[in-house]
Design a protein around this ligand. Structure first.
Ligand code: 4AZ
Length: 253
């Protein structure tokens, strides 16, 4: 796809834009490219992980069990399997990648793709098994195809670029977005959006390079629930261009 920026090898993050006020419920009130404070991190975001080679963050992921991480297939698909098994490191338990005190780092023992298609970006999901169990809290995974509804507030988080073509960040950021129906998303982007995708948009804020593989969450009962995986977009935070995510309810995990 023409302007698609595949995320993988590089690194970078979120929220190219302005803070936006979303409904003030619970602890997550102001969103749109805010730093995740350590308080917010501890309360909501412990399931987000940093995937690294040689200490360098290249993609996000989400802890869904004490030894399982979900990420995007395109983060790993081009890499040699043995090298991934030998060298992929997953950092859990910190919003600050420059301070690993209290963080936990794991290698991996296995990873499995679904039916990932690099040309259509369909099934951009990978399930990774860690070489140990973390004590950090995993995210519940949404299983319902009819959830969330169009217009619902969602949250994306990551260490990716803060502007299109920009740099990854040391500190975790998050942004509030709105769920866009697949039909509307397809019209906005002018390309096929699969049922196994979910789109999200908010003017001036977005996921970006290096956020790939990371979570798209919904807030339910004061807890972040995983609904999507950062997959691709036409650049970052371009007006009218929603970001495209893998819809986790489409997969048997
Ligand atoms: C990327 O290049 C990327 N706004 C990821 C997500 C989006 C755009 C670009 C969606 O990794």
């Amino acid at each position: 796809m023409k302007l698609m920026i595949p995320v993988a090898a590089l690194i970078f993050l979120i929220s190219c834009g302005e803070a936006k006020k979303v409904e003030e419920e619970s602890g997550l009130s102001v969103v749109g490219g805010e730093r995740v404070s350590s308080g917010l991190y501890d309360k909501y975001f412990t399931s987000i992980v940093s995937m690294q080679f040689g200490g360098r963050h290249f993609c996000g992921g989400t802890l869904i069990a004490s030894n399982k991480v979900l990420s995007a297939a395109h983060c790993l698909a081009d890499q040699n399997r043995q090298q991934v098994l030998n060298n992929l490191q997953i950092t859990i338990g910190t919003e600050d990648l420059g301070n690993l005190q209290g963080a936990q780092r794991f290698g991996i023992v296995d990873y499995q793709f679904g039916a990932y298609n690099a040309r259509t970006m369909k099934n951009d999901i990978v399930l990774i098994t860690l070489n140990g169990n973390t004590s950090f809290k995993p995210a519940p995974v949404n299983r319902s195809a009819s959830y969330p509804s169009a217009g619902a507030t969602l949250y994306v988080a990551g260490w990716g670029a803060t502007a299109e073509g920009g740099y990854t960040t040391r500190n975790l950021k998050y942004a509030g977005l709105r769920n866009v129906s697949n039909q509307e998303c397809e019209q906005a982007l002018g390309t096929t959006i699969h049922d196994s995708n979910i789109c999200a948009y908010e003017r001036g804020t977005d996921s970006c390079q290096g956020d790939s593989g990371g979570p798209l969450y919904a807030l339910e009962n004061d807890q972040l629930k995983l609904v999507g995986i950062v997959s691709w977009g036409y650049g970052c935070a371009r007006p009218g261009a929603p970001g495209v995510y893998t819809r986790v309810s489409s997969f048997n995990l």
